[in-house]
Design a binder for this molecule. Sequence first.
Ligand code: BTN
Length: 260
Amino acid sequence: MIEITSDKIIEYLGQNPFSFEIFNVIDSTNVYAKKTISEKSSNRVIIADKQLNGRGRCGRDFYSPADNGIYMSVVIKADKTYSDIELLTIGVASVVHYAIEKVTACKCEIKWVNDILLNQKKICGILCENILERNTDKVKNVIIGIGINVKTTKDFPPELQDIAGALSTELLDRNMLIAEILKGIMKISEEFNFEKYLSYYKANSMVLNKNINYVKNGQMFFGKVIGINSSGNLEVELADKTIDILKSGEIRIGKENVKV
Ligand code: BTN
């Protein structure tokens, strides 16, 4: 097992604009990032080998066992409006997807909004959280939380057995993958220009032209994804030919209910 260390990550990065905090165990790297946001500057990378209470989107947990994955939060300075960063999750999903394919040679797909799947199983989830400037609606910092199942485990909780996967049966050098992801996040934080990621995102999307279903305001909808618009929203053609626009939430390719 190759340990995660800041020295190894920096070696792969070649340069280092980040400060690193690496834990064996933590409750959640995103929660820790948030708790300590006012006392520390941005460009922070918080990594844990294991999370006791990993957080996912829509209030879900993120299973984070020791020695198996990458659980990382990156805090970057934004000083932007909400609309300036509406494509942040599209940008982050794109750079993480790119890094995974580059380091592992696995052929992955992106499931809207920001899950990454390998062989139809989720191997990565991303939770971006905005920290607002006090008494304003300006986004001061963003916390980019990334969880990757690197090594196969038989111990996934029963509810994840059929839907979660991993990148490899071996534990590859996580430092290399972390460094490649950080290179992409560095670009994001330097430019805050997300439009350029849209075409990459669409080219690697597994949902375009697929029949999907979702639950919105308690009602179930079936439709076909006909596009992803310039705001990163999903354009869905419903059975009556009307177009529904999804800004966030969870979709499913198949027949079961999910909440939006
Ligand atoms: C999702 O799939 O719903 C998002 C999962 C995000 C998990 C990562 S692991 C590192 C960071 N810390 C957390 O508690 N969550 C994110």
